[in-house]
Design a protein around this ligand. Structure first.
Ligand code: KG4
Ligand code: ZN
Length: 325
């Protein structure tokens, strides 16, 4: 079976192809250079760039996979959540293609797909817990099976990646700041500074804006002479706060597997600390492979394959039209 996955929810245009459960193509056209000098993503620029790239990427993905469009059995596309104009490009392209090829199209949740990236070549035992940490979301799920995601916790303010990006900006690093903060942190001392770690009692919700504000006031007062120590101490505070909630979740739900996805989970320090902690607790961490952590069509194709196996109905051949206000 050949499944095409399309992802255009934010600033990455991506097409992935899953053939007999193996990812045979997963091409990503990043728009980082278009947005970096604005210090954030400009939605109008993002949707126009998706429109320019999507058909080219589709043809390149077919070539990479060594298949023709007629061999595609089903198409999956991210339809929520994300930037409305960006989502429309992917959904319109997928729907048009499905209609032309007379194949089914499946609408896929962007965040669920981040966790589905962990399914590739892995046997997951359910129920499982799953945490997605990305630029726009920090969501904790209880998974009853491969396609049943029950939201049990989320951030009450900023998303974790958003805070990495904002601290990156305070340290004069390039946008998006996450990976640059991590690089800088490697040269710093994480014990040098103590940033507050937010902890919401009797809840599986997260809060990250306090750490961001603490870093802001520290820099306002002291400048960024010791940028590496700031980055390392900030990264430690964020990691500690995530691990405290992971701990609460495994105490509340009896699970054997804990899945992790989303752009921030590319962070090597976070991956190491999570692995160490869960291993001590007897829970197997299933952490998304680094190349599948950020937005990509491959994860959409993987989730689509499980949606099909679960016997779910395809989505209608209907283009999404969002209200403009
Ligand atoms: O999942 P993703 O590609 O897009 C969203 O759905 O938001 O995540 C992007 C986020 C950005 O905030 C980026 O700075 C962060 O992931 N990120 C990282 C690292 N690599 C990417 N954050 C911390 N450390 C990293 N190495
Ligand atoms: Zn994402």
């Amino acid at each position: 079976m050949v499944i095409l996955g399309i992802e255009t929810s934010c600033d990455e245009t991506s097409v992935g192809i899953l053939k007999n459960s193996q990812l045979v193509a997963n091409l990503i056209a990043s728009q980082e250079n278009l947005h970096s000098h604005f210090g954030g993503i400009v939605p109008e620029i993002a949707s126009r760039a998706h429109l320019e790239k999507i058909a080219i990427l589709f043809n390149c993905a077919l070539k990479k996979a060594g298949i023709s469009s007629e061999e595609i059995d089903a198409i999956g596309v991210t339809n929520e959540p994300g930037l409305k104009g960006s989502l429309m490009i992917g959904v319109s392209f997928a729907t048009g293609l499905a209609y032309a090829l007379k194949k089914p199209v499946y609408h896929v949740n962007h965040l669920h797909a981040h966790l589905a990236a962990c399914y590739l070549n892995q046997n997951i035992s359910f129920p499982a817990l799953g945490l997605i940490i990305s630029g726009g979301h920090t969501n904790l799920y209880l998974l009853r099976n491969h396609t049943n995601f029950h939201l049990i916790g989320k951030t009450r303010d900023d998303a974790c990646g958003e805070v990495f990006d904002k601290v990156g900006r305070m340290l004069n690093l390039q946008f998006p700041g996450g990976m640059h903060v991590e690089k800088l942190a490697q040269k710093g001392d994480e014990k040098k500074l103590k940033f507050p770690v937010a902890y919401i009692k009797n809840s599986l919700d997260f809060s990250f804006s306090g750490i961001k504000t603490a870093v802001y006031y520290y820099i306002l007062k002291n400048g960024i002479k010791n940028a590496a120590d700031i980055a390392a101490s900030f990264q430690k505070a964020i990691t500690d706060s995530i691990i405290m909630k992971i701990n609460d979740a495994i105490n509340m739900f009896e699970v054997k597997n804990f899945l992790f996805g989303g752009g921030v989970i590319r962070n090597e320090y976070l991956r190491k600390k999570i692995t160490e902690h869960l291993s001590k607790k007897g829970v197997r961490p299933v952490i998304c492979p680094p190349d599948l952590c950020t937005d990509n069509g491959g994860k959409v194709a993987i989730l689509t394959s499980y949606i099909i196996s679960a016997g779910k109905k395809p989505s209608p051949y209907k283009i999404l039209v969002y209200p403009t206000k």
